[in-house]
Design a protein around this ligand. Sequence first.
Ligand code: SF4
Length: 299
Amino acid sequence: MDDLRSELADLVRAVHAYVAWHGEGGTVGFPREAVRPQTTPRHETAHAAPPPMPAPAAQAPEFSPFAAPSAAPPNPFNEPDPVPRVTKPRIPVPKPPPPGEPRDRHVHLPRIEAEVSNCTKCRLHETRTNTVFFRGNPNAQLVFVGEGPGADEDASGKPFVGRAGQLLDKMIGAMGLVPESDVYICNIVKCRPPDNRRPEPDEVAACIPYLHEQLDLVSPKVIVALGNTALAALLGTAMPITKVRGTWKLYRGTTMLMPTYHPSFLLRPTSNPVESKRQAWEDLQSVMKELGLEVPQKR
Ligand code: SF4
């Protein structure tokens, strides 16, 4: 009988402690469902110490679509997860802007870059190391658009950093401009095509909306299209760069566009580089005039 009384007293104490713990946590009522799994023996529940205060849930990236549901139960038996794990995004995708909000480039360009870093819209995402969005100054009046990342760009996540990029920097320097502060540099596709092949038409079609939005936000006075792929994607023309270079075009009916050779073409020994470089310099001089920059008389 004494044992029974003692066990009953223990039980009452445990219930008091349990209720007090919930009270401290702000609970004003109890759920109708059992808190513990039904497989737990009743006597274990009665003698168990009050359950510890649950630790605050880890803060998932606020707008990450890949955040695990916070209600997901733990897997105590280390069984294989039935749902394949999703690779963590490189940049958390910010909340979409409210409709009608003024389009601030310093808000929206990072948003597009975050979308690009998570993009799987075409097969190029399967082999990329990094997405390549831009380098330079988003406030620039002059934008250079190339074809797509190569091996160096894929490795660094920045456009035009290999040999062709060094030549492009020299061309920009010859204009009296500084690449990182006076121009904005980007590409038609944001992921490297394997083996440095040209991007396929469906890859360009999948990626070009990012560039249109990018250009819309940067809103340059002049765009320089570097090579055939940039020319075709920006103007929808099949004319080769050799025929069109040096002649002013309009991008989307509003922005002056100068087509010229891609720096990697100028580096090819088969391209008559001396003559091609002279022509490219002529094209850049036209750009300088359009921007009101002083053009050197002789080079
Ligand atoms: S190339 Fe463009 S469309 Fe294709 S996966 Fe990369 S970011 Fe997405």
